[in-house]
Design a protein around this ligand. Structure first.
Ligand code: CTP
Length: 426
């Protein structure tokens, strides 16, 4: 049987991708703090990502941003009082919490955090948090406060206890604060909070795993201003690092020269050449349980990089450039003796390679998998996907071929992560 596989260009032009929070209902709670201005953008971001959003505000929050603004952005009436008569049974604190897939408190002021900790319920927002079914409706907290308030032992004690009580702490940012001081305690930016909320809903199929990912091109210097590189954008590798982190893994990303933003919660090591990438990988591979090599490593580098810029010769002849082969990072990792590796559940490191081909994908991917000596190789058509946000993948192992249909790189990365998790737990 001839297996024909190619990216359907028509499909790629018209396919509508599903937003990450489609079908999720978020209750967005605002307590009083200057960071309320960021809650407006968070509300929009959640809705753009497919969620429905019900806003509940404390009286103090309404001093910083009006319920009118939040109503206009969420498309729903905002609730601020436990005495609100709009609900038939007059029990907004029960009804609003029961419908939620999660309650997100952003901003969570120091005072509101203290209130939550003590189970106080003297306004609608705290009442609703206390009355929520604790096993069914998760509570996510995005603190926002002055650096001294953040560092105060009372705040840290309260947050530790709130987490022990089952709440999820979304962390804080650091930097210039509205009060004029600089330090920790700023509310995370709306896009960061959005990523955290999206991640919260992803299944934790890689919990306890340590995943090492390579991504992007390498750059092989010819002289101080020129070099050999390729068109890889790093997007697929960055998406895999993000998806692995969302799935609960500890993730280190060794990245060639690309301008992608680092996914939240991922440790990033920037490198330039294949040799630097190899050194960074070998330093960390001993702790890894999964290695995913997506980097488009340059196969060759100039045998010698000139110390100064190579000048045009008066003869008009181009310079002679001698190339030497780069180390095969994936190939070398796959050959590492067990003693140098973390002995996981199955006593081995699980290696995944990528093949960026321009033709005959199945044949080239299968052959490359055997040559590299890895259990799973993922084929894709390089020229069709370099720099794009979407792709289609072919997963090839010793016995099977599985096609992951055209989708966003992040959606494909999540499917690949789920596939890897199944193999680890098989
Ligand atoms: N790879 C690597 N080190 C290299 C070359 C490739 O780790 N020096 C990894 C890539 O990250 C990828 C896989 O090996 O996971 C296949 O890369 P690819 O460039 O497609 O394969 P090559 O071995 O270079 O073969 P060719 O270029 O001849 O197709």
């Amino acid at each position: 049987m001839v297996f024909v596989w190619q990216i359907d260009k028509k499909c790629s032009d018209t396919l509508q991708f599903m937003a990450d929070l489609t079908g999720k209902h978020i209750v967005l709670g605002l307590s009083g703090g200057i960071a309320c201005y960021k809650a407006a953008e968070l509300c929009r971001a959640l809705i753009k990502e497919g969620a429905t959003v019900q806003v509940v505000m404390s009286e103090a929050a309404a001093q910083f941003i009006t319920p009118v603004t939040m109503q206009a952005l969420s498309g729903r009436p905002v609730f601020t009082s436990q005495w609100d008569e709009r609900q038939d049974n007059n029990m907004a604190h029960i009804n609003l919490g029961r419908e939620a897939d999660a309650i997100v408190i952003a901003p969570a002021s120091a005072d509101f955090i203290a209130k939550l900790l003590h189970g106080r319920a003297d306004d609608l927002l705290s009442l609703m948090c206390l009355a929520r079914p604790i096993d069914k409706v998760p509570l996510l907290i995005a603190p926002a406060m002055n650096r001294e308030m953040w560092a105060h032992p009372a705040t840290q004690r309260n947050l530790a206890q709130l987490q022990a009580d089952g709440a999820t702490l979304l962390g804080v940012g650091s930097g210039f604060q509205a009060c004029g001081e600089t330090g920790d305690g700023r509310m995370l930016e709306p896009q960061e909070l959005l990523q955290d909320v999206v991640a919260f809903f992803q299944p934790k199929v890689l919990a306890g795993q340590f995943v090492l990912v390579t991504a992007g091109p390498t750059y092989e210097a010819l002289d101080p201003v020129r070099g050999i590189t390729n068109l890889s954008s790093g997007k697929m590798g960055f998406a895999i690092a993000r998806a692995a982190h969302e799935a609960g893994a500890q993730v280190t990303l060794v990245a060639g020269p690309v301008s992608q933003p680092t996914p939240r919660g991922v440790q990033r090591i920037d490198v330039r050449s294949a040799q630097e990438m190899q050194a960074a990988v070998m330093l960390r591979i001993g702790a890894a349980s999964v290695f995913v090599a997506t980097a488009a490593v340059a196969d060759w580098r100039p045998a010698e990089a000139a110390e100064h810029k190579i000048k045009k010769a008066s003869s008009g002849l181009p310079p002679f450039i001698s190339l030497t082969e780069n180390p095969d990072i994936l190939g070398a990792v796959a050959q590492l003796p067990r003693a140098q590796l973390k002995v996981g559940e199955k006593g081995r490191l699980f290696c995944v390679g990528f093949a960026a081909e321009s033709q005959d994908l199945l044949h080239n991917t299968s052959a490359k998998r055997e040559r590299k000596g890895v259990p799973l190789l993922v084929g894709n058509i390089g020229p069709a996907t370099f720099g794009q946000d979407d792709n289609a993948l072919l997963l090839v192992d010793a016995n099977n071929v599985r096609e992951l249909a055209h989708n966003t790189k992040l959606a494909l990365a999540r499917q690949l992560v789920a596939d890897i998790a199944r193999r680890l737990h098989a």
